[in-house]
Design a protein around this ligand. Structure first.
Ligand code: ZN
Length: 236
């Protein structure tokens, strides 16, 4: 596990900027676990992916994550601070390969992976997509009879087995007291931050290269502190 230096951050951004969110999260997952074979990361569980992205986020930008949501009741915009460490408390012990199978309603299922998400990515009907996803996860035959109750039992068992799979947050609106639950997409959140950092790095390279004639590589190899110190002098 390591953070990303300026060059790998830019390379990751360049590869991911025109890709789907699932692929972007996988690129970040690969950056978080440089020792892993990137081909196998799509087969790791979503909980393992999310935990790795939270740790990468801590190493790149710190623990506190500022975000905001809109209240579905009254439209009020709520700002909140999430801690990556708090979300990581939900994660099973690191390297726990035992978390593979889930039992629910007498059936055996496996936990979902990025590959499963990719299969349902194009589906527009959200409840249908969830059902399709869950039906892929049966080890052996999926049950012939399907019900909302079975679906909720399976979802519950999945959450118990891999609490980092769905980083859902509970909100209560201070303006209208509406209470709701919304997913937190750590991949999309971190990608936004990487995007901002990458664009700033490009601006910095642009300004320093023009003034000092240094190569992109030389500028990116500078520590953040030195790069900004030179930049202050250029802009002074
Ligand atoms: Zn509200």
């Amino acid at each position: 596990m390591s953070g990303m230096d300026a060059q790998s951050l830019l390379a990751c951004w360049e590869h991911g900027r025109r890709r789907h969110g699932i692929d972007r999260a996988l690129l970040l997952f690969a950056a978080a676990e440089p020792g892993s074979d990137p081909e196998t990361l799509a087969d790791r569980t979503l909980g393992q992916r999310n935990a790795a992205l939270l740790r990468l986020r801590q190493s790149l930008f710190g623990d506190a994550m500022q975000s905001c949501v809109t209240c579905p009741g009254c439209g009020e915009s709520l700002e909140f601070t999430l801690r990556a460490s708090t979300l990581l408390e939900r994660a099973p012990a690191r390297g726990d390969r035992a978390l593979a199978d889930v039992r629910a309603a007498g059936h055996m299922l496996r936990l979902p992976t990025s590959r499963d998400l990719a299969v349902i990515a194009a589906e527009r009907d959200e409840p249908g997509a969830v059902r399709h996803l869950l039906q892929r996860l049966f080890v052996g035959n999926a049950p012939a009879e399907w019900s909302d109750e079975l679906e909720s039992q399976i979802s519950h068992a999945m959450d118990e087995a891999d609490p980092c799979m769905d980083l859902a947050l509970d909100f209560v609106c201070p303006a209208c007291e509406h209470a709701w639950n919304a997913p937190f997409d750590v991949g999309a959140f971190l990608w936004e931050e990487v995007d901002v950092r990458a664009r700033r790095l490009l601006d910095e390279v642009h300004a320093l290269a023009r003034s000092y004639n240094w190569s992109e590589r030389q500028i990116l190899e500078l520590s953040d502190t030195r790069r900004r110190a030179y930049l202050e002098r250029v802009l002074a």
